[in-house]
Design a protein around this ligand. Structure first.
Ligand code: NCD
Length: 305
């Protein structure tokens, strides 16, 4: 069964197939060709954490492909999890009703746990600070579209390196392509943890780390801003201390390469000044739009279509 739990499950060939399927979907939507490839299917969208883009683009993707949706948002309150039901039991029930599940949950590893007891495909829409595969694939799709290639790029991640599931999912995908190097900019409280560090080292991923924004910007082909993930902090004092560590402002644009792009998985809180939105290098809304095409491709992938 084709679950999508982590980007570590894919090889380069599979990733390229998903990217080209997404491109097909983009063209299909632009040409106003409606597809009914998922007609008759029911997709359960169950979100135990807040979401705008991931949930609504998965729902749009399903509807555009002719599927129907059942959903629970705010599922910590609006599902039987509130009464103490385990994620495994919830997943078991969903597999009695739907043909696939899209699941977001605050606990790392929870989507994999759910996948062990379902007999329908399950897509990880973000599990704690672990993985967010659909986001990483749409990031990759965006980089390819904007730069025209996926190799020989310097990718600079800025912000909450420690808690970022999007970073965890994206770095190994970019590492499939030769010549890519990574630089992680964060306050010392938010540097890579040992698990992330070991995983990247095992994969021979070339990376450097630092705290300085100004010296990092001129080298970057891709600037990837990361929100400080308030919901992952055990104590509010640390969050308050680091929350505004890096804010990309108008004056920073002149330090960047002309052909660099700025990405952000969104939502932004304070990491990117609104004045930057007009610059052509600000690619984050185009990035979010690409999420629809990737999620259409992923729904097809789990059904072997
Ligand atoms: C990200 C997430 O939830 O992991 N957002 C998203 O899915 N587009 C990043 C974030 O919330 O900062």
């Amino acid at each position: 069964m084709n679950h999508i739990l982590s980007t570590n499950q894919f090889n380069k060939e599979e990733v390229e197939k998903i990217l080209s399927r997404a491109s097909e979907m983009e063209k299909c939507l632009k040409d106003k060709k409606t597809a009914s490839l998922l007609s008759g299917k029911i997709i359960a969208n169950i979100f135990f954490e807040p979401s705008t883009r991931t949930r609504l683009s998965f729902e749009t993707a399903a509807l555009r492909l002719g599927a129907q949706i059942i959903s629970a948002e705010n599922a910590m309150i609006n599902s039987s999890a509130f009464k103490g039901e385990t994620i495994e039991d919830t997943a078991r029930m969903l597999s009695c009703y739907a043909d696939a599940i899209v699941l977001r949950h605050p606990e790392a590893g929870s989507v994999e746990k759910a996948s062990l007891v379902t007999n329908i495909p399950i897509i990880n829409a973000g599990d704690g600070s672990n993985q967010h595969p659909s986001q990483a694939l749409l990031d990759l799709y965006t980089i390819k579209k904007e730069h025209g290639h996926l190799d020989n790029l310097k990718i600079v991640f800025i912000g909450d390196i420690l808690h970022s599931r999007t970073l965890n999912s994206l770095v190994p995908l970019l590492a499939f392509y030769p010549g890519n190097t990574f630089h992680f900019v964060s306050p010392k409280e938010l540097i890579l943890n040992e698990i992330q560090r070991n995983e990247f080292k095992e994969k021979n991923i070339v990376f450097t780390e630092g705290e300085d924004l100004l010296s990092a910007l001129p080298q970057a082909d891709v600037i990837y801003m990361i929100r400080v993930q308030k919901e992952r902090f055990a104590d509010n004092a640390t969050y308050e201390k680091v929350k505004d560590s890096y804010i990309l402002k108008l004056e920073h644009l002149k330090l960047m390469k002309k052909e660099a792009i700025i990405l952000h998985p969104l939502p932004r809180v304070n990491e990117i000044d609104y004045s930057i939105d007009k610059d052509k290098r600000a690619a984050y809304f185009r990035q979010a739009q690409n999420g629809l095409y990737i999620r259409m491709a992923l729904l097809l992938y789990v059904f072997n279509l």
